[in-house]
Design a protein around this ligand. Structure first.
Ligand code: ADP
Ligand code: MG
Length: 264
């Protein structure tokens, strides 16, 4: 089981869209995939067709130890893709476990317990964690639980702003909670070819971050933004659209990097 956390403390950069579509692409090629929605907004849950009234147990229960991963997990519109949904209760988590020991390891321990306890048919090859737009305790839990972190960056003027703070946090987590945490990669999202600035941003990010940046750039594509309102990943809603095709390519890059990371 490999855990990949999708994080960026900026909102609206494509975390949830990446989580949903990368998870779908991995599931479609036969990887048993779990998406953990750690954002109180619950956009990943909605985008996978799990409406609020369908969410019984949630990632809140997992973090608080009220339920196991298996008890909270539910099927989605995508075969092979399971979801631990989020609920607004997550907003209170910081206060509720403020004084508890091991507060950063709640998710890691729950996932570990799952990999030990669950029957073979309930195991996962990939766990993707969709983070809230902040560097709060939920994101720290997601980083402490992860083998690697995947960072979506929107192709806009301020793309690199905030990245150094994010990478510093990754460094701190490595120093204290999770020495094995790797940077899986940076994916540029919402690329608009008609915008000259976007080209410059891609070049700048590649200059600063080098090989960390995936070759695949996700284009801005209206089909991708429409899909969640139908409760479907873009890849199910319109597999042929450029955005879906890009996410399918990203999934093969992710698998390729996984091979390289495991071989290293
Ligand atoms: P985050 O989770 O980082 O807040 P989202 O994935 O929710 O970001 O994306 C923010 C908004 O941008 C959403 O409305 C989403 O539908 C839209 N969006 C994301 N990626 C694309 C894309 N490739 N093309 C068009 N719209 C996109
Ligand atoms: Mg989101």
């Amino acid at each position: 089981m490999r855990v990949i956390t999708i994080a960026n403390q900026k909102g609206g950069v494509g975390k949830t869209t990446t989580a949903i579509n990368l998870a779908t692409a991995l599931a479609a090629i036969g990887r048993r995939t779990l998406l953990v929605d750690l954002d109180p907004q619950g956009n990943a849950s909605t985008g996978l067709g799990v409406e609020k009234d369908m969410r019984d147990r949630s990632s809140y229960d997992v973090i608080l130890g009220h339920a196991t991963v298996a008890e909270s997990a539910m099927p989605t519109v995508v075969p092979n893709l399971t979801l631990v949904p989020s609920t607004l209760d997550l907003l209170g988590v910081e206060m509720e476990i403020a004084s508890a020991n091991e507060r950063a390891y709640r998710l890691r321990d729950a996932l570990h317990r799952h990999s030990v306890d669950a029957r073979p048919a309930e195991q996962f090859d990939f766990v993707l964690v969709d983070c809230p737009p902040s560097l709060n305790l939920l994101t720290i839990n997601a980083m402490a639980a992860a083998d690697a972190i995947l960072v979506p960056l929107q192709c806009e003027f301020f793309a690199l702003e905030g990245l150094s703070q994010l990478l510093e946090t990754v460094e701190q987590v490595r120093d204290t909670l999770n020495p094995a945490l790797a940077l899986h990669g940076i994916v540029l999202t919402m690329y608009d070819g008609r915008n000259n600035l976007a080209e410059q941003v891609v070049a700048d990010v590649r200059t600063y971050m080098g090989d960390h940046v995936y070759d695949t750039v996700i284009p801005r594509n209206v089909r991708v933004s429409e899909a969640p309102s139908f409760g479907k990943p873009a890849i199910l809603y319109d597999m042929k659209c450029p955005g879906s095709q890009a996410y399918i390519r990203l999934a093969s890059e992710v698998i390729q990097r996984e091979r390289e990371m495991l071989a290293a």
